[in-house]
Write a protein that binds this ligand. Structure first.
Ligand code: AGP
Length: 364
């Protein structure tokens, strides 16, 4: 299919800009205000079954794996079901124990990624229940799964994923809310999350207005040899995804670390030539994150913070709107998509078609 760039210079820019509408679409028709929950028509999981799930294992590759990491956090916090995410490729090759009380979830934009599909087929062969969180309707993974949630991001053309990542995380928030309300999430908390979800499109629009500021910052960082990305708990997958995005399109080497792990090794790397991007949400971990910024500053490291308020220790802070703590990761990744974009642009990269990469990896 050929798609129009709609006045944008690249598909990536177009797709970043489409996010308010895309998020609106993944929410549309699914919210049930009466019971403070969401309806997910294709889930194929009745409440009695949903109550018997003991664990959730999420499988995906690349950006979808990162969305799955945030998804696991959302499910644990809202549904209180132990959940984790693993690269589908790793899972396949380690002869995993397939447990009948575990619900498996395969995440994929294209629905055609071979490693994910092969993991799903192996799981199904062993009698596991597998759901899909997929963007492309009717794709191989969607067909193979027992049910699932469509992400409704619309067609994504740029090799690197932006709007689909955001929508996938929102789809996970819906799934977490749905499972939570079947289990122990209160009506009040359900309402709080629903209100938070409804605020997302508008808040994303607010963030997109920061583009000029982010473009200026990107010009300053464009010459870096390498960059460090840090975040804690909910912020860590945001750091992982932001570093992947930067690597993919700018070819700047980037690493992501949990902020808490800095002192266990990577602090040795910190010096003025290695800038750090820090995810600093205004939540119960704020003081801990600030302490990490201090550690970096004490070693003369340059810091770019993404936060809900100006960070004193940072050289620059991109201030984003606050949502509910659970949903903040969705918003905090967005300025860093623009950051990667403008860094790559300043370096003259071919943004929609980065070297050595394909949109979907359908071979082993
Ligand atoms: C996205 O930025 C990348 N091109 C890549 O990591 C991608 O997320 C991965 O290959 C998985 O693709 P999928 O979501 O289509 O399964």
């Amino acid at each position: 299919a050929s798609y129009d760039m709609g006045g944008h210079d690249t598909f990536m820019h177009k797709e970043i800009s489409e996010q308010p509408d895309a998020v609106d679409r993944v929410l549309r028709g699914r919210i049930d205000d009466r019971f403070s929950t969401v309806h997910l028509g294709g889930l194929n999981l009745d409440p009695r079954e949903a109550r018997t799930i003991r664990r959730i294992k999420i499988l995906g590759c690349g950006t979808s794996y990162h969305a799955g990491l945030i998804g696991a956090g959302l499910i644990e916090s809202m549904a209180r079901i132990p959940a984790d995410a693993e690269p589908a490729s790793e899972f396949r090759y380690r002869n995993p124990v397939v447990d009948p009380d575990t619900l498996y979830i395969a995440v994929s934009q294209s629905g055609e990624t071979y490693d994910v599909l092969a993991a799903v087929q192996e799981l199904k062969r062993k009698g596991a229940r597998v759901l899909g969180v997929v963007n492309v309707v009717g794709s191989a993974i969607a067909r193979e799964a027992d049910g699932g949630v469509y992400v409704h991001a619309g067609p994504e053309v740029c090799v690197v994923s932006t709007k689909c990542f955001t929508n996938t995380v929102v789809a996970f928030a819906l799934l977490a809310l749905h499972l939570g309300r079947i289990r122990d999430l209160s009506v009040t908390d359900g309402k709080r999350i629903i209100e938070g979800l409804r605020r997302l499109p508008e808040q994303i629009s607010e963030i997109l207005k920061l583009e000029d500021e982010i473009k200026e910052l990107a010009a300053e960082y464009a010459g870096a040899q390498s960059m460090m990305f840090i975040g804690r708990v909910r912020g860590y997958p945001v750091a992982l995804e932001a570093s992947l995005k930067l690597k993919e399109i700018s070819y700047i080497h980037a690493e992501a670390y949990p902020a808490s792990e800095l002192k266990h090794g990577p602090l040795a790397l910190i010096e003025p030539a290695l800038p750090t991007v820090a995810i600093v949400p205004d939540d119960d971990l704020l003081e801990k994150n600030r302490a990490a910024l201090e550690e970096i500053k004490a070693r003369s490291g340059r810091i770019l913070a993404v936060a809900h308020q100006e960070q004193e220790k940072a050289d620059h802070t991109i201030v984003v709107p606050k949502n509910e703590d659970e949903l903040d990761p969705i918003l905090m990744g967005i300025p860093l998509q623009l950051f990667a974009y403008h860094t790559a642009l300043a370096m003259g990269r071919d943004i929609d078609k980065p070297r050595n990469l394909a949109k979907s990896v359908t071979v082993e």
